[in-house]
Design a protein. Structure first.
Length: 127
């Protein structure tokens, strides 16, 4: 999905409540290029459910948070996205139910990143 976003010219970032040290192995496994902004817990005053991570990511991308889609797998991700003014999208990979993610404010909920990729048009992301 991340390669697809890049091919479409959609700017994206990673915002994680993990530290840089704990995030690094996962970023490497995902093949996140060095050019992609990464914001970690040790770079902002507060982690989720506060919006600081997502606000910093949008700032690094040079886009308004209100024009952003935040994808997360927890109610804390969705709540922080809502507090930031972004469109929150949930994934069922984090152990929370569809109902929990929707109650937290998710605009859409998908089974996994592959399902999200198939429905990017529902979020206004086009080729």
């Amino acid at each position: 999905m991340l390669r697809d976003l890049s091919q479409r010219g959609v700017p994206w970032a990673v915002a994680t409540s993990g530290t840089r040290a704990t995030a690094a192995p996962n970023l490497a496994k995902l093949g996140v290029p060095p050019s992609v902004p990464v914001v970690t817990r040790d770079e902002v005053p507060f982690a989720k459910p506060d919006p600081d991570l997502f606000l910093a990511a949008a700032q690094r991308l040079g886009i308004a948070i209100t024009n952003s889609v935040v994808v997360g797998d927890s109610i804390w991700d969705v709540l922080a996205a809502r507090r930031a003014g972004a469109l929150g999208v949930g994934l069922l990979s984090g152990g929370y139910s569809r109902q929990e993610l929707e109650v937290a404010g998710a605009f859409r909920v998908y089974h996994d990143p592959a399902a999200l990729r198939l429905h990017l048009d529902e979020l206004g992301i086009r080729r």
